[in-house]
Write a new protein. Structure first.
Length: 436
């Protein structure tokens, strides 16, 4: 696709007025210029998706606008794609919603994990179409029936084999990531994940929460830490994860911006990005970010879908963040709070762009994180004692240090794993003290 490709957006809805804002945004995110929009409200036509008359109108508009591509905000079957291609001007490509999403994913996949997940999603999308070709070719006298391509049963088996290999590699990556998360917790970090729909402002919020803090972490332990996070008006800017260090009133936190949700994604596509979503599934706290300037019905629908996705595997508490509060007045904000109270009890309203409500959000994060364990350690004064005290300052919230003639008393609060490590370190000092 070139930067100048022109596209006509098409959408059919069973009832009501077809909404095209999201598919147009997707098109622009993929680099298309939207030349025209064609919609229809009716039941699906099994041959063309649109009714025959509307499909012919679509062809005329594509020719008039000199468009290169038709982007359907519906899932097209292989027959529908072929039939539309026959009706449209020669050379015009037909993409449905999920093919377009996969195209965007492919453009944004920079890490090995993201590339594998995109390939897995593409293969899962292609598999039922390959199976359909196999089934039809076996029944028909002529391979390539309906323009679906030559019959090749080995293609179906090849897809299944590649899916299996990618799953195995992603499972290995997931195990490595889980080990890294446990190392972070053992180092005294709480893990907070930003989740929500694309363009809700997650990346902007990440920058706001950690804007004054430098990332100074062990490179091997924190390979995904970024000093910046993109904040662009595009969908799927964050395909992988971006993590930054933040301080919530004495709590050392790693905040991760995860891939954005989008409406009407099939389960197979969400499942393909399970490795990326694990940053949310396995966090200590999830901040579910929504755009409060959207209509309340749209927000409600997105909250329901987000909860369904998160609660499938997530056990961490969820705090709903009503972002872009600067775009609504107080009356509208309060009205939406009440309307969404069943799905988002006690949400926090913020403007990540303007910095409004960030202090209140920081306090909510601190209160929602797992409680720290209080501990008092008395350690003998040895050559290694100060290194333990320094380690505690790095990995715990040290409240007081008292130096005696022969020992050191440290009062601190930390995650249970850190407390356990500190006890082991203190115990290891005892033999040296006795031998001295």
């Amino acid at each position: 696709m070139s930067a100048t490709d022109r596209a006509v957006v098409a959408k059919r809805a069973d009832a009501g007025e077809p909404e095209t804002e999201e598919i147009e945004h997707l098109a622009r995110s993929a680099g298309y210029e939207v030349a025209a929009v064609v919609t229809q409200t009716r039941t699906e036509d099994p041959a063309l998706e649109f009714g025959e008359g509307k499909a012919e109108e679509l062809a005329r508009i594509v020719e008039r606008e000199d468009a290169d591509t038709v982007l359907f905000d519906n899932e097209l079957g292989p027959y529908q794609t072929y039939n539309l291609g026959q009706l449209l001007p020669k050379g015009v490509e037909v993409l449905d919603r999920f093919t377009l999403i996969l195209e965007i994913f492919g453009q944004r996949a920079e890490t090995r994990t993201a590339q594998l997940q995109v390939e897995l999603a593409e293969l899962r999308y292609e598999l039922p179409r390959a199976e359909a070709k196999t089934s039809l070719a076996k029944r028909e006298e002529h391979p390539g029936f309906m323009g679906l391509g030559e019959y090749d049963e080995s293609r179906e088996q090849d897809i299944k084999s590649r899916i299996s290999r990618i799953r195995d590699e992603l499972d290995q990556i997931e195990q490595t990531e889980q080990h890294r998360r446990e190392q972070r917790r053992e180092s005294g970090f709480d893990l907070v994940a930003l989740a929500g729909y694309t363009n809700a402002g997650k990346s902007t919020l990440l920058r706001r929460l950690a804007e004054e803090l430098d990332v100074d972490e062990n490179e091997e332990l924190h390979q995904d830490l970024e000093s910046t996070a993109e904040s662009e008006d595009q969908l799927f800017t964050t395909l992988g994860t971006t993590t930054r260090r933040a301080d919530f009133e004495g709590r050392d936190v790693l905040v991760t911006d995860t891939v954005g949700f989008i409406s009407d994604l099939p389960h197979w596509l969400v499942e393909s990005f399970k490795s990326t979503l694990d940053a949310a599934y396995r966090a200590d706290l999830v901040l579910l970010v929504v755009d409060v300037s959207e209509p309340v019905e749209s927000i409600r629908e997105k909250l329901v879908t987000s909860h369904d996705t998160l609660y499938e595997r997530n056990e961490a508490p969820i705090v709903t963040v009503l972002n872009k509060a600067d775009l609504v007045d107080d009356e509208e904000l309060e009205r939406k709070r009440e309307a969404l109270s069943a799905l988002a009890p006690n949400p926090v309203a913020v403007s990540a762009k303007e910095g409004l409500g960030i202090d209140e959000l920081s306090e909510r994060v601190r209160l929602a994180l797992p409680p720290l364990e209080e501990e008092r350690l008395v350690m003998p004064m040895t050559d290694d004692t100060m290194s333990v005290v320094s380690w505690l300052h790095d990995n715990a919230r040290v409240d007081d240090v008292t130096y005696g003639d022969d020992d050191v008393l440290v009062e601190f609060a930390a995650r249970p794993a850190v407390v356990e490590q500190s006890r082991s370190k203190a115990e290891a000092l005892q033999p040296r003290a006795e031998s001295a």
